[in-house]
Design a protein around this ligand. Structure first.
Ligand SMILES: [Zn+2]
Length: 263
């Protein structure tokens, strides 16, 4: 498939102009009327960075969903990608169940995610199906090309999902109130926390969910995922004056705030 004809930056400008990617709403959404969709490049990305936020919203009565674009099946030196992919899918289903999240899987292979029109169409149809009020995905710069591709695919998909002219299995959808980027150790360049959410009461649910994955429990990767993300939640909590928190970045276009006079 050809690459998307427009850059992610120009797509985000269009989204902002169409108010598909609105400035952060001044009014707070009320509990139970949000739908939070987390989109990760590899199974485990969404839960480890955003799982505590999903657990919190589930507890508040909101609907939560996860889309894994790939299974992240390439990272186990002891297993073939096929065998590890089966394991990752089982682990993802358990993690979603613990979080009370609907779960969707993309068809792509680990390391082969590209920001093609085909990928944007797939994600746009999932967005139309889930009808999220809030979307959380990877920040734009990353050590991992799959993560950067996910950022561009999701932004292209948000526009496509809103367009009458894009035909898919579900009707067009323009109800996204906020697009947020997750605090991921691989996506740290240029990431500045902008929004903090208190997840002090949700850390136990997060830990129960993410330890469904062997790579997070330890023994596959040398990176100490569980220790790192628990410590990160404490650091973000300290910055926010809370116990534990999830920090999110937003697009510069979404930081624009307009008033009749200074607030
Ligand atoms: Zn990843």
């Amino acid at each position: 498939m050809p690459a998307m004809p427009t850059t992610a930056r120009s797509i985000r400008r269009v989204l902002a102009a169409l108010a598909v990617l609105p400035a952060l709403a001044a009014a707070h959404a009320s509990a139970g009327d949000r739908v939070v969709l987390a989109i990760g490049a590899h199974a485990g990305d969404a839960e480890v960075t955003t799982g505590a936020l999903l657990a919190r919203h589930k507890r508040l009565g909101d609907r939560v969903a996860i889309l894994h674009l790939t299974l992240g099946e390439g990272g186990n030196p002891k297993l073939s990608p096929a065998a590890y992919g089966e394991q990752k899918k089982r682990e993802a289903l358990v993690a979603a169940k613990v979080l009370g999240a609907d779960v969707f899987f993309g068809p792509w292979k680990d390391g082969e995610l590209r920001d093609t029109e085909e990928a944007a169409r797939f994600v746009a149809d999932v967005i139309r199906q889930v009808r999220p009020t809030h979307v959380v995905t990877h920040w734009k710069t990353s050590l991992h090309p799959d993560h950067e591709a996910a950022f561009r695919i999701v932004n292209a998909a948000l526009l496509l999902a809103s367009l009458e002219g894009f035909e898919s299995a579900h009707p067009r959808y323009r109800g996204v109130r906020g697009v947020y980027y997750a605090d991921n150790w691989e996506d740290a360049e240029g990431f500045t926390p902008y929004v903090y959410v208190d997840v002090t009461e949700d850390l136990a649910a997060w830990k129960a969910a993410v330890t469904s994955y062997e790579f997070i429990r330890g023994g596959i990767s040398s990176f100490p995922y569980l220790d790192y993300y628990e410590a990160l939640a404490r650091v973000r909590g300290a910055e926010a004056g809370k116990g534990f928190a999830v920090a999110l970045e937003v697009d510069p276009f979404a930081k624009k705030r307009v008033f009749d006079a200074l607030p």
